[in-house]
Structures are given as C-alpha cells and as structure tokens.
Design a protein around this ligand. Structure first.
Ligand SMILES: Cc1cc2nc3c(=O)[nH]c(=O)nc-3n(C[C@H](O)[C@H](O)[C@H](O)COP(=O)(O)OP(=O)(O)OC[C@H]3O[C@@H](n4cnc5c(N)ncnc54)[C@H](O)[C@@H]3O)c2cc1C
Length: 252
C-alpha cells in the first residue's frame, strides 16, 4: 500500500425502495440491502492525516476492494414461505451492526421464483392475479445481495454427516455437490394438479394457468367450484367467474 493510501473497513448499506414489488410484504418491511462489509483502499490527503473525522468516499476513489470470506455457508432447500423467511431473518440477524457475521446463503428451489401457493385457486381463475402471484427470485429485492445465490434445481440428496447436498440443476440436468455448514430443509409438500400449477418457470406457469382460466371463463357448460375457504383465495371473490350461483356451503 502506498504512503498516501489508507485501508478502511466499511459496511455499505443501500436503503432501497419498498419491497412491495417483491411479493414479500409479509416477510419484512424494506430492510436495508447489505452490500458489504468490504475492505477498501482509498487515497488520503492531508486533512485525513490531521484527523478529520469523516471522509466521503465515492466509488471512483476506491483503489482496491475485498469482500471477506464467508464464515458460514447456509443451504436452504425450498424457496417458498418458510425458506425465504428463514433466509431473510438469518441475514437480518447476521447483519447486526455490532458484530456482523459473514454468511453465504444458497437457496435451491425447483421453481425459478417465489410462488404464492395459497393463492392458487385465484390464480387459476384470474390472469391479472396470476401475474402477481409468481415473482422470479431475481426480482425478490430483499435477497438481491452478493452473498445470496439462487439455484434452480432439485435437491436430490443430503449427506448430513459430511454436510454435502446433491442438487440436480433444472436447466442443464447436471448434478452438483454443495457443501454447507447449516442446512435448512423447507421443501414443504408436493401437490398435484389441479391443486397447484405444476410449472417450474414463471413463463410456463402463466401459460398453464392462462389455459385453465380460458377453459373456465369461456365455458358454456356449468362450472362447479369446489372449496375456496378464506376470502382471499376464492375465485368467486374476484368476480372472475361471472354469473356464478352459490349452491351451498359444505364442510369437507
Ligand atoms: C390451495 C391451498 C390453499 C392454502 N391455504 C392456506 C391458508 O389459507 N393458510 C395456511 O396457513 N396454509 C394454507 N395452505 C397450506 C400452505 O400452502 C402450506 O402450509 C405452505 O405452503 C407451507 O409452506 P412451506 O414454505 O413450508 O412449503 P411449500 O409452500 O410447499 O414450499 C416448498 C418449496 O420447496 C420447493 N421444493 C420442493 N421439493 C424440492 C426439492 N426436492 N428440491 C428443491 N426445491 C423443492 C417447492 O418448489 C416450493 O417452492 C394452503 C395450501 C393450498 C394448496
């Protein structure tokens, strides 16, 4: 390091916009995005040496930056309600300003995004709603950080003794091994069609539910809707199914 340079340890937070677009309002309310901590080397001048308390560093000032190696690798299998909230909360705890812990989080899911599963009945009756119910992981703002990786693939095996997981990648169908320090299993339940859409990408999902919507909404034959318990999930609630006639309430 040259005599007129200084090494600083900094933690960079980006106070981003609200998370409302992420579909994760229930998980956290706009926490700052942690972009560090980094160690950076910047040029210094006489003012700094004389003990000026603050120095504004612009990105253009940075000569060298290093990100510390993660202390722990966390592998989360399943990126729906449980998996994403686990990720958000662990990161929040590890970001604690006094003693931040550097972690790497890998989230593996068969889907390419967070799917609001309990809204499935509504998604299958309203194309407008369907658009909002699946948010690709790359658009889940709160988790766009250098230490979070999303892998679209199937968790095929977990070797808890050696802390290694086997993942089959969705696109390549190749198998890869992932080592971890902590494993969180949140793979939920497998549900068949028509309980939930079976698509693994947002694009295929919109086709899948769109086809279903067309069939139901354009049907000239009577359409029988079975179930629909909470208000928010009920297809009839959107008036998507026009001219519907409630027949009777029945318990399962
Ligand atoms: C139509 C419907 C309505 C519901 N309504 C309600 C309600 O009103 N209130 C309520 O509390 N509960 C409701 N439930 C139940 C609720 O959906 C579940 O309790 C909830 O989804 C569990 O969340 P989870 O994150 O644990 O698992 P899931 O939501 O099942 O998520 C599991 C995730 O893991 C992924 N995954 C699975 N296997 C693998 C693998 N091998 N490798 C990689 N990824 C994998 C899946 O793609 C998925 O993203 C409803 C369920 C349905 C189907």
């Amino acid at each position: 390091m040259a005599p007129n340079e200084a090494k600083l340890s900094i933690t960079v937070f980006h106070r981003g916009a609200s998370n409302s677009a992420s579909g994760l309002e229930g998980v956290g309310s706009s926490p700052p995005l942690l972009l560090g901590p980094f160690t950076i080397t910047v040029p210094v001048d006489a003012d700094d040496i004389l003990g000026r308390k603050e120095k504004t560093v612009s990105l253009a000032d940075v000569i060298h930056a290093t990100i510390p190696v993660a202390q722990y690798r966390v592998l989360i299998a399943g990126g729906c309600y449980a998996g994403l909230s686990a990720a958000v909360h662990i990161l929040e705890k590890c970001d604690a300003i006094d003693s931040p812990i550097n972690i790497d989080v890998t989230i593996v899911d068969e889907r390419d995004g967070y799917y609001h599963l309990i809204g499935s009945p509504l998604a299958m009756a309203s194309k407008d709603y369907a658009e909002k119910a699946w948010v690709e992981y790359k658009h889940v703002k709160v988790l766009q950080r250098p230490n979070v990786t999303f892998v679209q693939g199937t968790l095929a095996n977990v070797d808890c003794e050696n802390k290694r997981a086997t993942i089959t990648e969705h696109k390549t169908k190749k198998t890869r091994e992932e080592s971890y320090d902590f494993f969180i299993g949140t793979t939920g339940l497998r549900r068949s069609w028509p309980v939930v859409p079976q698509a693994l990408t947002r694009e295929d999902y919109l086709t899948e539910v769109g086809t279903h919507c067309d069939k139901v909404l354009n049907s000239t034959a009577p359409v029988l809707v079975v179930g629909g318990v909470p208000e928010a999930q009920r297809p009839s609630n959107t008036r998507a199914l026009k001219g519907q006639t409630p027949i009777r309430r029945a318990s399962a």
